[in-house]
Design a protein around this ligand. Structure first.
Ligand SMILES: OC[C@H]1NNC[C@@H](O)[C@@H]1O
Length: 444
């Protein structure tokens, strides 16, 4: 790639984290247990028995972390708010929980860094799970009460709100595949969860409008590109089904007000009637949003299994430490599809990044693979913008190494290395490279 690729004036460059992955202070200032506290403490669920009890101690070290963000030139910081800090028990609001986020947001403003708040990033209060969790439609009302509390307390200092992070992970990964909290394996429950999460999104967008706040609100979806392993009709259909589960199951309700018919047929056959979808639910879900957050990491390649359902095909090309194929051109393909088939709204890459087995050598962390990964994905995003795509910002996952869910602390996604024994932060070479990209608003 020759020449410099400059991004539009005002393009927003940032990084992202999430509460349970970085904060620690799991019992501090009245925080109650979440389903991830429960899941992580369940033997065998998280590698090495790792938990978010301490994590990166961001709850206490955020002033140092925000100073480092500033030194690295970051313009925005996407963080999530821990619901169990705000409502640790049923019916009990915990102002000390909100106070932490007021301190964090105030510190960000002091450093000229834009706060971007994700309302839900997987840490459901355990008391709600004890009532059935997201599978219980009452969770929607609890979420709206929680969101309204945040809008009241932080609405005038947080300009960008994201209702949910990755509903696919909250529903299918956590309630069908069982890999994330609460670790269930029930397709019907996963479909109910997906619906209630989407419904809570729509209700919250409505609440945000009624609050009369001047910021913007959207949702973050983890999306991908699904390629068939061959032109065999069975493989092509398998890819269509995989795309329906990963992408269209969420994009269609949000932007078209309906679930994709082909997938409804399959899921009704496999999981029974959609009696949990009430008459006006989809009209609520499709409430207009101000932007779409896109989390992209990799594409997938599938073939048809014996039953015709999609089966993953191992990547042929280079992979990250997660085993995910490095495929920047699929970021361009995904963004182009969103614009062509779904929306002209502003898009933000709310997560993109890579895990690599980073090591400290003589006090430094050289991570050329991460630099190459980011450069190629920035170039793909730039190509989309050049063709008229309305991409307005990019948040690298992640600001610093952190708790990577079922992989514990074994996977390092950070631009900043964290020595968990000492909590020392070491900006990796990629952080210094990203600082130069932000300063130039482009890549050379
Ligand atoms: O797997 C990397 C990231 N993916 N999106 C959600 C985040 O919480 C993950 O750490």
């Amino acid at each position: 790639m020759n020449g410099e690729l400059r991004f539009p004036e005002g393009f927003l460059w940032g990084t992202a984290t999430a509460a349970y992955q970085v904060e620690g202070a799991a019992q501090e200032d009245g925080r109650g247990p979440s389903i991830w506290d429960t899941f992580a403490k369940t033997p065998g669920k998280v590698l090495n028995g790792d938990t978010g009890d301490v994590a990166c101690d961001h709850y206490h070290r955020y002033p140092e972390d925000v100073r480092l963000m500033k030194e690295l030139g970051m313009q925005a910081y996407r963080f999530s708010i821990a619901w169990p800090r705000i409502f640790p028990e049923k019916g009990r609001y915990n102002p000390k929980g909100t106070d932490f986020y007021k301190r964090l947001v105030d510190t960000l403003h002091q450093h000229g860094i834009l706060p971007v708040a994700t309302i839900y990033h997987w840490d459901l209060p355990q008391w709600i799970q004890d009532e059935g969790g997201w599978a219980n439609r009452r969770s929607v009302d609890y979420f709206v009460e929680y969101a309204n509390t945040l809008f009241r307390e932080l609405g005038d200092v947080v300009p960008l709100w994201i209702t949910h992070n990755e509903p696919w992970c909250v529903s299918f990964l956590s309630h069908w595949l069982g890999q994330h909290a609460p670790g269930h394996r029930d397709l019907r429950e996963a479909l109910q969860v997906a619906h209630h999460v989407l419904l809570s999104h729509g209700r919250t967008v409505q609440a945000y409008r009624e609050a009369g706040l001047s910021g913007r609100i959207g949702i973050t979806l983890n999306l991908t590109v699904v390629d068939a392993a061959s032109e065999d009709p069975a493989d092509l259909r398998a890819a269509q089904i995989s795309d329906g589960n990963a992408n269209r199951w969420f994009l269609d309700p949000i932007f078209r007000g309906s679930y994709p018919a082909d997938m409804v047929e399959i899921y009704t056959e496999q999981a029974g009637p959609f009696d949990f979808v009430h008459a006006d639910d989809l009209d609520i879900i499709r409430r207009p949003i101000d932007f779409l957050g896109v989390n992209y990491y990799t594409r997938s390649v599938v073939r048809a299994g014996e039953d015709g359902m999609p089966k993953p095909v191992p990547p042929a090309g280079p992979v990250t430490d997660m085993g995910w194929e490095v495929h920047p051109e699929s970021l361009y393909r995904l963004l182009t599809r969103l614009r062509r088939e779904y929306t002209g709204l502003p898009l933000y890459i709310t997560e993109n990044g890579a895990a690599y087995p980073d090591r400290v050598v003589d006090g430094r962390v050289d991570d050329p693979e991460r630099i190459a990964y980011l450069r190629d994905h920035f170039a793909a995003a730039h190509r989309f913008i050049q063709e008229g795509g309305n991409l307005q910002g990019y948040f690298v996952w992640s600001f610093m190494d952190n708790f990577e869910w079922a992989f514990g602390y074994s996977k390092r996604f950070g631009l900043v290395y964290v020595d968990y024994a000492t909590q020392t932060r070491i900006p990796k070479a990629s952080a210094l490279w990203y600082r130069d990209v932000i300063a130039a608003n482009g890549i050379r």
